[in-house]
Design a protein around this ligand. Structure first.
Ligand code: PLP
Length: 383
């Protein structure tokens, strides 16, 4: 049915009507006092979201631009970095680091398993010459639905002294607690189409003082992503290039909504939706892909044994206009993923579980008692 599509993928995520309407305004000049006011206000709101007094800079681009900017502004050619890799996004940051000539030591975990913070500790402690310049970690690994222990890993970076912690918080920010200053995370990258309840197009980079200090010696090539330009402009409530002006209107509206709801309530909502999605799937006899206790609050990956995950996902879309995400790379056909990030309410999660359950039944693949999935999800959602 036209206009009935519900996105249950980990980006782009659903956008509230208020935010869509903010986008529809006529653009204004990006050097006007009116726009400066929006930059000032949204910068304060972004600091609130990151729980930081650091700079949070806005780039027109996707989340990858934020992470690339974070990496290339604080490091130099040949620098040694530790890079966590337990999924598609961890893999991507290894590729970016290598593309810029960094010396990468990869700390791996099996897909579906969390990174072992102790592996980071051991590598950092062994580095008595203090050659490791950064630890690059994906907080919520979207490809596998696993949340990594960023807090502990960042604490080891702090203890090391020289190493900065550069975190991909694209699907953790706005879903779970990421207190940048308290945890001592130096660089945080995120993107608008995830927890921000916005369309794609804006990327955000938060930078600690330690990160700015390191940026002074950084010699990697950069122009559009040179964050010192953004910092200079931000001091004047401005942007070095023409920003996504309408996306800024949307950003202000979305962050207004988030501030009204409050961080604690937002985190509780995501935790509740994770619990409901997990309970619903398990009650239907569909195994979760992420190791127990390490599921991301933004996304639940499901590995339905003996069922073509891609066929199931397509059928749910056809029958119910709910778009689930598929598995990536070797997980294609083996895994489907339920996004419950951003503008998602209890009704959405309950409906998604019901749609999956109804589809299994229609395909003659239902395993347990009919309705067990919905009942379990409803119980997990009950106040
Ligand atoms: C979506 C996502 C990104 C950014 O991807 P873009 O397509 O560049 O916005 C980065 N990391 C994770 C974990 C993501 O989920």
């Amino acid at each position: 049915m036209q206009d009935k599509l519900t996105l249950m993928i980990p980006g782009p995520t659903p956008v509230p009507e208020t935010v869509l309407q903010a986008l529809g305004r006529h653009p204004i000049g990006h050097r006007s006092a009116e726009f400066q006011k929006i930059v000032k206000r949204t910068t304060e709101q972004l600091q609130w979201l990151h729980q930081t007094s650091n700079d949070v800079l806005v780039i027109t681009g996707s989340g990858t631009a934020a992470m690339e900017a974070g990496i290339i502004n604080v490091l130099s050619k040949g620098d040694k970095v530790l890079c966590g890799d337990n999924g598609k996004f961890g893999e991507r940051w290894v590729k970016v680091a290598k593309a810029y000539g960094l010396e990468v030591q990869v700390i791996k975990a099996e897909w579906g398993q969390p990174l072992d913070p102790e592996a980071f500790r051991a590598a950092l402690e062994a580095d008595t010459a203090k050659e490791i310049r950064a630890v690059i970690v994906t907080h919520s690994e979207t490809s596998t639905g696993v949340i990594n222990d960023l807090q502990t890993i960042a604490s080891y970076g702090q203890a090391h002294g020289t190493a900065l912690t550069i975190a991909d918080c694209v699907t953790s920010l706005g879903a779970t607690d990421v207190p940048m200053d308290r945890w001592g995370v130096d660089v945080i990258g995120s993107g608008s189409q995830k927890g921000y309840m916005m369309p794609p197009g804006l990327a955000f980079v938060a930078m600690s003082e330690k990160a700015w200090e390191a940026s002074k010696r950084s010699d990697l090539p950069k122009f559009y992503l040179d964050l010192s330009k953004y910092r200079k402009s931000a001091a004047d409530n401005s942007n070095p290039f023409t920003p996504g002006i309408n996306l800024y209107f949307a950003l202000e509206a979305a962050l207004d909504m988030m501030q009204k709801e409050g961080l604690e309530a937002i985190f509780a909502r995501h935790a509740r939706h994770r619990a409901a999605a997990q309970a619903g799937m398990e009650a239907m006899g569909l195994p979760l892909y992420a190791a127990k206790g390490h599921g991301s609050p933004a996304i639940t990956a499901v590995a339905p044994e003996g069922i073509d995950a891609e066929a199931l996902r397509k059928k749910v879309k056809e029958r119910f206009d709910i778009l689930l995400a598929g598995g990536q790379d070797h997980l294609k056909g083996k895994v489907f993923r339920i996004g419950h990030l951003g503008f998602v309410c209890d009704r959405d999660v309950l409906t998604a579980v019901a749609a999956i359950e109804a589809t299994l039944q229609e395909l003659g693949l239902g395993k347990g008692t009919t309705g067990a999935g919905v009942a379990a999800a409803a119980a997990a959602l009950a106040p």
